[in-house]
Design a protein around this ligand. Structure first.
Ligand code: RP5
Length: 164
């Protein structure tokens, strides 16, 4: 099946965080391609991956990077596809650097920045599903089920807490 989402990360050292995005897309049965490309170390490869994705029908690009994280912003500068950014807490500044780099995009080139780290990676998958769910009723339905299940789990935990 052709990938609907491209997941990029700046380094293979980001993989353990970005696996959270892939896990969610698998859960929603959304085909994706996941690879490593750096805005700084492999700029040409990054642009090629974007061009190929556009040609092959990718609808959302997710980019996770740490430190002076320019990956999501650079991707957004080369495409009109929606770009979701995940600031990764991989540097001595623990993601504050990546957060500012990802969230503070100049007017005209938006990036949908998620939270720093694992939570952000998970939310990136859900957010991509929400974008695709606008035109795919199967995904839209699965998202409603996902929320219902999440609410039920919280209530179950609340009842356990109330018993103590
Ligand atoms: C960023 O620098 C990457 O996204 C990664 O989070 C960080 C460190 O990369 P490595 O030195 O581990 O390859 O570009």
């Amino acid at each position: 099946m052709k990938a609907k989402v491209l997941i990029l990360m700046g380094s293979d050292s980001d993989l353990s965080v970005m696996e959270g995005t892939a896990k969610i897309l698998k859960e929603f049965r959304i085909p994706y391609k996941m690879t490593v490309s750096s805005a700084h170390r492999t700029p040409d490869r990054t642009v090629k991956l974007i061009r190929d994705s556009e040609k092959n029908g990718v609808q959302v690009i997710i980019a996770g990077a740490g430190a002076a994280a320019h990956l999501a912003g650079v991707v957004a500068s080369h495409t009109t596809l929606p770009v979701i950014g995940i600031p990764i807490d991989s540097s001595p500044l623990k993601g504050i650097d990546a957060l500012y780099s990802t969230v503070q995009m100049p007017p005209g080139i938006p990036v949908a920045s998620m939270a720093v780290g694992r939570g952000g990676a998970k939310n990136a998958g859900i957010f991509a599903a929400q974008i695709l769910g606008l035109t795919d009723t199967r995904i839209a339905k699965a998202l409603k089920e996902y929320k219902k299940k999440m609410a039920a789990e919280v209530v179950k935990k609340a009842k356990k807490v109330e018993k103590q």
